[in-house]
Design a protein around this ligand. Structure first.
Ligand code: URA
Ligand code: SF4
Length: 202
């Protein structure tokens, strides 16, 4: 059994923070254990909590289109994870998603850092403010961080918008989406991979 599997088994039983009281499923993350490219989101939403899989709701569909139709990878080629493995909701009442709080990030982030340690991706893409701020240890906002290379340990990190932000700001063909795509072009270049031409995310 590899160490990613061991880590997953530990996380599936985890009760280190209050989110365990309201979760349906722990969403550990999924993809290629030897992935060159790793995406990091915030925390599971409703669909993810019900299924145990990351990024499979509306935001996940956008991310999947980006990975598959535009970048030319499959979801199985890359690795997709979140800062927290259980779903954070407002008042823990399952009404509305929220970003993980400080306590939850502190409790859960060792799983993510171990995932990075084991997978050793060539590039990390942080999606939105919480994962960018956590991985890069900064208070800067995503608008100023996106599109510029940073590093986590020795691993190049490209911060970009969270797919939910794209959905809230015009979706397909919006300026935000174009910016996200230009960030991903830099990622493809770093990985030595040609982008698909005439990309359509829809
Ligand atoms: N948003 C995230 O940040 N992660 C998911 O897995 C789903 C939605
Ligand atoms: Fe454990 Fe993370 Fe779930 Fe909290 S969010 S219970 S730390 S797996």
């Amino acid at each position: 059994m590899n160490s990613l599997q061991n880590l997953k088994e530990e996380a599936l039983l985890c009760k280190k923070c209050k989110l365990h009281t309201t979760r349906n499923q722990v969403v550990f993350g999924e993809g290629n254990p030897n992935a060159q490219l790793m995406f990091i989101g915030e925390g599971p939403g409703r669909q993810e909590d019900l299924s145990g899989r990351p990024f499979i709701g509306k935001a996940g569909e956008l991310l999947t289109r980006l990975i598959e139709r535009a970048m030319g990878f499959s979801r199985e080629d890359v690795y997709i994870a979140n800062i927290t493995k259980c779903r954070p909701t407002v008042d823990l009442k399952f009404e509305k998603d929220r970003a993980p709080d400080k306590e939850e990030v502190e409790a859960c982030s060792p799983y993510l850092l171990n995932q990075i340690e084991i997978i050793q991706p060539k590039v990390i893409v942080t999606l939105g403010n919480p994962s960018t701020r956590f991985i890069l240890n900064t208070n800067e906002g995503i608008t100023s961080m996106r599109g510029k290379w940073s590093k986590y340990k020795e691993i190049p990190v490209m911060p970009t918008y969270h797919p939910s932000y794209i959905l809230r700001n015009g979706g397909d063909s919006s300026n935000a989406q174009k910016q996200m795509w230009s960030d991903m072009l830099q990622v493809l270049e770093k990985l030595g991979k040609n982008p698909k031409v005439n990309i359509k995310w829809k």
